[in-house]
Ligand binder design. Structure first.
Ligand SMILES: NC(=O)C1=CN([C@@H]2O[C@H](COP(=O)(O)OP(=O)(O)OC[C@H]3O[C@@H](n4cnc5c(N)ncnc54)[C@H](OP(=O)(O)O)[C@@H]3O)[C@@H](O)[C@H]2O)[C@H](O)CC1
Ligand SMILES: [K+]
Length: 495
């Protein structure tokens, strides 16, 4: 079985490094393997004898660069090396690595970047903690301006390893080689856009050592949740594949609920019902076939409908309206302890009232699916949730606070569970940024929960499947297409 891919923070990577060193592998061996991995990639992408410039920084990232430089010189490339700062200021493994380099050492910012066939960026890795200024900034700007391909060592210099944000300016790499595991910056925006394709080199740090750091962040890939996906057996019938209820908005706001409902049906919920206000029954009836319809007037109506225990998953929010009634419907749903997906208006209705959601969902499986605008509105005034520089930390804190799994949507959707687990999604497409796409996602997640999938797995799988379906269509995608792309995506996944 394929293991889910851990994503390690710089701190966890340091712990894994230290544990490997404590278990008997000298640090210089790790650095030598890292530098060799960089040299191997450089060799693969540069014709023999080509001109390679190595830009080395004052820490261990620079140390990796020194190793790569002398290996590539040995392999017949024309290598020049520039260092930020003074050679005699190098310490530890980086100082050891630099002793192998017998060529000249120029200033990092003064290398003839335009003449390079390849630039190796070994200026800063995970140790960068402040804005780039002076010579460091100049070196990065000149690398970028050269127009020549840049191979980043560990991560593009100027990117923060933990958050993926830019420290003033950052290298735009053509490719990146990282070590042992990807870091958050390789998946989170804007870092991801600076990396190019990322290769992970094995430098002898075991998967067990990585896991022992207590890392609980993963790349959102099928290995994380495939085993939890429902596969109907011979004995399945529609009544044991769950029944999803989707609340509709008023007469002129019904489409969003139907998008969610169709997606829930396509993802395998045995039955799906749209709960419609009386004045919208006609318009809903005119557009529904396999999805069922039921009258449901506000919170009291929902309370009555939910007396039927068979409705085991519920979507509230799409086009439901921003008002107290929506908040009351959420309260009814929470009381009824059903699996719940809250999106759009169900979140915005709590703007400035997030304290009403404090630990509200700890007793029933709930997924909140805000985009960044909804997230910021919902938690306005909660600086403990909104202020951390790491998106992963913000989403985790929202999940701790509410007791729900939180999906913060975007190009780098993050999914976090109140138990601390988190995943970063990376198979999205900009074409998913279209009206109704989020409604479809809430239906997919609810439909999975209706079939008994736990909230974190349902949210993670839902996000990935929704994105894969959208990516399979590409240009011209509209939300109506998404539900009907789900069967193809599921067929691939489950074969
Ligand atoms: N298992 C692994 O992943 C391995 C990774 N290796 C490589 O090591 C680096 C991390 O090395 P580290 O020494 O911790 O950090 P850096 O090289 O990224 O940078 C630290 C040095 O940079 C100076 N610094 C920091 N910010 C700035 C700035 N804005 N301007 C100028 N200088 C800056 C910092 O100086 P201080 O004054 O802050 O102390 C340091 O001198 C990792 O990314 C991998 O490439 C190892 O090879 C082993 C295996
Ligand atoms: K780098």
């Amino acid at each position: 079985m394929i293991r889910p891919e851990f994503v390690l923070t710089p701190l966890e990577m340091k712990q894994a490094d230290a544990a490997t060193i404590a278990a008997g592998t000298p640090g210089i061996d790790l650095m030598s393997r890292a530098g060799r991995a960089v040299a191997d990639v450089a060799e693969r992408v540069t014709a023999r004898g080509g001109r390679i410039l190595v830009v080395a920084g004052p820490g261990n990232n620079g140390g990796d660069g020194f190793v790569a430089a002398w290996l590539l010189a040995e392999r017949g490339y024309g290598v020049s090396l520039g260092l930020l700062g003074n050679r005699d200021r190098l310490t530890g493994d980086a100082a050891k690595a630099s002793r192998h380099w017998t060529g000249d050492i120029g200033a990092a910012e003064d290398l003839p970047f335009h003449e390079a066939d390849l630039i190796i960026d070994a200026l800063f890795g995970t140790g960068l903690t402040r804005n780039l200024e002076g010579a460091a900034r100049l070196a990065v700007e000149r690398m970028n301006m050269s127009g020549q391909p840049i191979l980043a060592v560990d991560l593009p210099s100027g990117i923060d390893g933990e958050t993926g944000s830019v420290w003033g300016v950052a290298v735009r790499a053509a490719r990146t080689v990282t070590f042992a595991a990807r870091k958050p910056c390789h998946l989170l925006m804007p870092g991801r856009a600076h990396c190019g394709p990322v290769e992970v080199a094995d430098i002898g740090i075991s998967p067990e050592t990585l896991a022992a750091t207590g890392a609980d962040l993963w790349a959102n890939q099928p290995a994380l949740w495939l085993g939890a996906l429902p596969r109907p057996g011979l004995a399945s019938h529609k009544y044991n594949r769950g029944h999803t209820l989707v609340a509709s908005g008023g007469a002129t706001r019904t489409g969003a609920a139907r998008l969610a409902a169709r997606a829930a049906l396509r993802i395998g919920s045995g039955l799906v019902t749209v709960a419609s206000p009386p004045e919208a029954l006609g318009v809903n009836a005119a557009h529904l076939t396999a999805v069922m319809l039921r009258g449901c007037d506000g919170p009291e109506g929902l309370h009555t409908v939910l007396k039927d225990e068979r409705f085991n998953a519920l979507v509230l929010g799409p086009a439901l309206g921003v008002h107290a009634n929506t908040r009351a419907m959420v309260a009814v749903a929470v009381q009824a302890r059903r699996s719940l997906v809250l999106d759009a208006d169900a979140l915005t209705s709590f703007e400035g009232l997030a304290s009403e959601l404090h630990q509200a969902f700890r007793h029933s499986p709930t997924v909140l699916t805000p985009h960044s605008g909804e997230f910021n509105r919902l938690f306005s005034g909660h600086s403990d949730i909104l202020d951390p520089p790491s998106k992963i930390e913000r989403v985790r804190r929202a999940a701790f606070y509410t007791g729900a799994v939180v999906v913060l949507k975007g190009a780098d959707t993050v999914i976090a569970s109140p138990d601390g687990r988190a995943a970063i999604n990376e198979n999205g497409t900009p074409y998913l940024a279209t009206a109704g796409s989020g409604d479809t996602l809430s239906g997919v997640i609810a439909g999975l929960m209706a079939q008994g999938v736990h909230a974190f797995e349902a949210a993670s799988a839902g996000v990935w499947i929704h994105a894969a379906a959208g990516s399979s269509f590409g240009p011209g995608l509209i939300a109506e297409d998404l539900a009907d792309l789900l069967p193809g995506t599921l067929r691939e996944l489950l074969k």
